[in-house]
Design a protein around this ligand. Sequence first.
Ligand SMILES: NC(=O)c1ccc[n+]([C@@H]2O[C@H](COP(=O)([O-])OP(=O)(O)OC[C@H]3O[C@@H](n4cnc5c(N)ncnc54)[C@H](O)[C@@H]3O)[C@@H](O)[C@H]2O)c1
Length: 386
Amino acid sequence: MSERRIGIVMNGVTGRMGLRQHLERSIVAIREQGGIQAADGTMIIPDPILVGRNELKLRRIAETYGLSRWTTDVAEALAEPDVEIYFDSQLTQLREKGVRAAVEAGKAIYCEKPIADSLEAAVDLARLVRDSGLKNGVVQDKLSLPGLRKLKRLVDGGFFGKILSVRGEFGYWVFEGDWQEAQRPSWNYKSEEGGGIIVDMFCHWRYVLDQIFGEVKSVYCQGATHLPARWDEQGNEYAATADDAAYGVFELEGGIVAQLNSSWTTRVFRDELVEFQVDGTEGSAVAGLRNCRVQHRSATPKPVWNPDIPATENFREQWATVPDNETFDNGFKVQWEMFLRHIVDDAPWSWDFVEGVKGVQLAELGLQSWREGRKLEVPALDLGAK
Ligand SMILES: NC(=O)c1ccc[n+]([C@@H]2O[C@H](COP(=O)([O-])OP(=O)(O)OC[C@H]3O[C@@H](n4cnc5c(N)ncnc54)[C@H](O)[C@@H]3O)[C@@H](O)[C@H]2O)c1
């Protein structure tokens, strides 16, 4: 069987997302399964060049995964003749420079969200990428989570009737870093380094809401920096300048009201780290990362409020589990495979930089809403003529 090797510059591969999700769980996994099949039967084999700042880390990662190419010089990597894709999972603030270099080099671009650290920069970048005619994409991994795939299946199948509301809880306790090491990098808690839960999570909420329930029309956001001090990777105390919780209310197309709480300062009393409850006229669902449960109107109990007696029903037991009915692969890998097919076969791909801009737009409006204490409309995006 013939092979088509695709060189991919992977910049930021020493980071959390770059290493675990994009390299190990996606690119290495695709290589280990023998590649993916293109429309003409050719096997597409991704061939990464690891790029980062630390030679030692890069060499170790390359050895661990049996890879041979790595460099600290992104220009050198982009100049390799077999390179077709530039991938970026660096710190958000560095993304723009990397993407611009890739456009200059004429490579297709795939990157983590947010695509830039301001709406203005994101629009500029999307315009540049569009005008270059290069293929481009932004990670929208939550759409490939089994729980959300099942939720989408329910929406598409008409299970809910008219959807009334969506309530989402995302979060867990991120340790301060003093008496127990923090499980997320310190830049996430510094606004001057591109951190903050609004910037981080509203990019996700935009595509989840837009693509599963209906376009986001307005946002009201109350942010908070609940913990003003944290301790960094070196054990030094620093001022946590970025928001670590966001309480958002979004109006969607069709009158749906979505309320989403995002927090790194909450302790989990849920089945999964993110859960969405969707209530509709015909039925309701609760979906997490992997599982999804439903209750149809025909099976809805009729509770009567009486605080004088213990609960008479076990409400959780009254829900039915939505079966998998398919095999769910890692969400990041699924999207890599789609993007590779988009490159090779021109297969449909809708998660481009314009979608990436929408995420940054909602994050920026969320921050503005918090600052000004008011609800804001989400205007249609206009990138202007080519
Ligand atoms: N899709 C998702 O669910 C998801 C989740 C978390 C993070 N992200 C995004 O992925 C990107 C990376 O996040 P992460 O959690 O992997 O961060 P991380 O701190 O673990 O990794 C950051 C990467 O950037 C590189 N880098 C280059 N210059 C740097 C500098 N001056 N300071 C610090 N790092 C520098 C690091 O070497 C590292 O490879 C961010 O843009 C973030 O928004 C996406």
